[in-house]
Design a protein around this ligand. Structure first.
Ligand code: BDP
Length: 719
């Protein structure tokens, strides 16, 4: 009797507690990303439920199980419906015998039809992975409230390699990471954190099919047996999701891990070492993706150390991987070895190597010739190495776009380069038609919501979607993501998408308008420092890029200057070099012009610059107002978090605008045009702003003398 009374009391107390909980939208912490599967509205439930009664899979393979589990989870969440696994009216069939060459290895077709007199929906593909992608596509249709009763959809990825690059160090710091410590817990691996599975689900849902686990500034220890065991555990988690694991290898690994006297790529012992290392890895991970290499860049070792070319370096590693079907991503991000304009150096090094790379090498080229700036022209190597497989590298983490401040949607940066006409071989050849891969520097960390802010999830999402189909528009991607992540209410969607679409241009306006680039504080790259000029490497100084003085501003990259414009195909080069043709957005990247230069719209450069800074401010103010109106559309926890993010962005935008104007005005000596407020403080105030605790500036400290061979420090190199 006593027990029953106690139970009754406990139930009553629980009910009371429930009644006291707020009745507003259920708080969300962002962990579920765009795979939230919240209940759909009644009218949609009535439309979807008859078509999602059962899931019948062709096999019980791990990938098929991942697909069916995801469908079950999605249908249960959105419709509150349990699904049977028997063929019946309204069943979803997963068929991996499509025998349809048009779908390739990863494509799928979703079609409504009749099987044995029953209405069914078939997701067919040539592989389990294709079926998994089809399952995610069907869920996306429901999450974005599209009809599913008469489907006939075919889709396949346009690019075969869609790879996230983690700049994660073995001690869990993340270079340029603003989302907390690395999600890879190297210390506890091979123990599996369930988060690794959720990471794989999210990445697979957007079509990512490769993950480089470690920083481009690589620690050689990653290739030692102890770490390879840990890498194997992650590869086993990712395999069912169609994701292959890659590693960044340090070029000097034959010396540091192998104990050889040299890493000369033409030395037969070095060749044999890479071959044996590849064999060792493939024994553990039969579908290992391959290596990413940063060589002779920013202090990293490389083939130049032995007077060999970048192609020699790439090929020795490519040959080791080739028998196993692996790929080398060889980065073209090199500079600092000549006195030339930094914007020219990668092209100068790589263009002459056209035709010299093995077919399993991807030359990985950043979107622009400098370094992931808020805006840069497209990289001149796109389109100009037709016999080489070229990959586009973009940065999801916002090293140069405010890091963890505000709302910044990056898809417009990436589509700007993808759609740029390279005019090679002829005009009408956009960069997206010339690439074989897309790589994205990840923005994921251990933060509960995975990325630095809730809106940064959209950049992870957009990367995958664009790598799958580089012709998607930022609007479509933002629309999908918003519906899946925030709300399907039309007014809410419209407002959030509008905020997102204008957000990148706002950053360009308040940080580096009209073609300015690299005006950041040194090292951590947070905040403005256009006056900064004291670093030994000239191209790390903002003053190098703005070339501002009493007469004017801008880097002359025409024939009177570095002539970087001439690296582009002739029709592009001609336009960039011609003041009557070049777009305003690229002006100061290619031309040095007087402060009083007349822009095409009739205003002076000076007035135009100020106008852009203020446009940036106005846009963030508008975003803040817009967001304030969205309170009723989103849950309170995420609403409050984004409000704080936008407040910070507002302060950051004023800081950039005021500091920049104060400095330019100290040179131009021109008055501010009427209607524009003066900077809040005098120039020295901004010049004194320094931070020493900004996260993310954390290359591993590798002692080049470190050796990991057995008996010579081996135990200290591997756990
Ligand atoms: C720059 C980063 C630096 C990276 C480098 C790279 O500042 O941390 O190591 O690029 O891409 O953007 O290798």
């Amino acid at each position: 009797m006593k027990g029953t009374a106690l139970r009754q009391f406990a139930i009553a107390a629980a009910l009371l507690l429930l009644a006291l909980l707020p009745t507003t939208a259920h708080a969300e912490d962002g962990y579920d990303l765009w795979l939230r599967y919240r209940p759909v509205e009644t009218q949609w439930k009535a439309r979807y439920a008859p078509h999602t009664t059962a899931i019948v899979a062709a096999s019980q393979s791990p990938t098929m199980r991942a697909a069916t589990d995801e469908l079950r989870r999605g249908i249960a969440g959105m419709l509150g419906q349990r699904t049977s696994d028997r063929l019946r009216d309204g069943a979803i069939l997963l068929n991996t015998q499509a025998h349809n060459p048009a779908l390739g290895r990863e494509g799928y077709r979703i079609r409504s039809g009749i099987v044995r007199n029953m209405k069914v929906m078939t997701i067919s593909a040539n592989s389990d992975t294709g079926a998994l992608y089809g399952a995610f596509a069907l869920l996306r249709l429901m999450q974005t409230r599209q009809p599913i009763d008469r489907l006939n959809v075919t889709d396949a990825p346009k690019l075969p390699l869609r790879v996230l690059n983690h700049w994660d160090n073995l001690d869990r710091t993340v270079e340029r990471g603003y989302a907390g410590p690395s999600i890879w817990d190297w210390q506890s691996l091979p123990k599996i954190d369930p988060r690794y599975v959720d990471y794989a689900r999210a990445s697979a849902s957007i079509g990512v099919n490769g993950v480089v686990l470690n920083n481009v500034n690589a620690d050689p220890k990653i290739l030692t047996p102890g770490y390879l065991t840990k890498v194997t555990a992650l590869a086993n988690v990712f395999r069912p999701y169609g994701i292959r694991v890659y590693l960044t290898a340090r070029f000097s690994s034959p010396v540091q891990v192998g104990g050889l006297a040299t890493a000369d790529p033409l030395d037969p012992r070095v060749k044999a070492w890479w071959g044996a290392k590849a064999d060792e890895i493939y024994r553990l991970i039969p579908d290992f993706g391959g290596f990413l290499i940063k060589a002779n860049s920013e202090g990293q070792p490389g083939p130049w150390d032995y007077k060999r070319t970048q192609a020699d370096g790439a090929n020795v590693i490519a040959d080791a991987l080739a028998p196993h079907g692996g790929t080398v991503f060889w980065r073209a991000f090199v500079y600092g070895h000549s006195k030339e304009d930094r914007a020219k150096q990668a092209y100068d090094e790589f263009r002459p190597l056209e035709g010299k790379f093995r077919s399993n090498v991807i030359v990985q080229v950043k979107n622009g010739p400098i370094d992931f700036q808020p805006r840069e022209p497209f990289h001149p190597l796109f389109g100009q190495m037709p016999q080489t497989r070229v990959g586009l590298e973009v940065q999801l983490t916002r090293e140069y776009l405010g890091q963890s401040d505000g709302v910044v949607f990056l898809a417009p940066i990436w589509t700007e380069v993808l759609d740029s006409d390279t005019c090679s071989p002829g005009c009408g050849t956009p960069a997206k038609a010339t690439i074989a891969a897309m790589a994205g520097v990840s923005n994921v960390g251990s933060n509960r919501q995975w990325t630095a802010t809730n809106f940064d999830q959209a950049n992870w999402y957009a990367f995958g979607r664009l790598a799958w189909n580089p012709s998607l528009s930022p609007k479509q991607i933002a629309d999908e993501w918003t519906r899946m992540t925030w709300s399907n209410d039309a007014r809410g969607v419209q407002a959030i998408v509008a905020m997102m679409l204008g957000s990148r241009e706002a950053v360009v306006d308040y940080m580096t308008p009209l073609g300015l680039a690299h005006q950041f504080q040194n090292g951590h790259h947070y905040g403005p420092a256009p006056w900064s000029c004291d670093l030994k490497e000239p191209s790390w100084n903002p003053c190098y890029y703005n070339a501002a003085d009493a007469r004017g501003i801008g880097f002359d990259r025409t024939s009177t200057g570095s002539n970087a414009a001439a690296q582009y195909a002739p029709p592009v080069a001609r336009c960039l070099a011609d003041l009557r043709c070049i777009a305003d957005k690229d002006l100061l990247f290619f031309h040095h012009v007087p402060w009083t230069y007349r822009m095409r719209n009739g205003s002076t450069l000076w007035a135009s610059l100020i106008d852009h800074y203020d446009r940036g401010i106005a846009r963030i103010e508008a975003n803040k107002r817009q967001w304030a109106k969205l309170r009723s559309y989103v849950d309170p926890q995420r609403f409050a978090a984004v409000s704080t993010d936008l407040d910070r962005q507002m302060r950051e935008a004023w800081w950039w605008r005021d500091a920049s104007i104060a400095y330019w005005q100290s040179l131009s000596k021109l008055p501010l045009p009427t209607g524009h407020s003066p900077p809040a403080h005098p120039l020295p105030w901004y010049q004194a702003v320094h931070f020493d605790t900004v996260p993310g500036f954390l290359s591993p400290r590798i002692d080049p003398r470190t050796l990991c061979v057995a008996g010579r420090g081996g135990t200290s190199c591997a756990l």
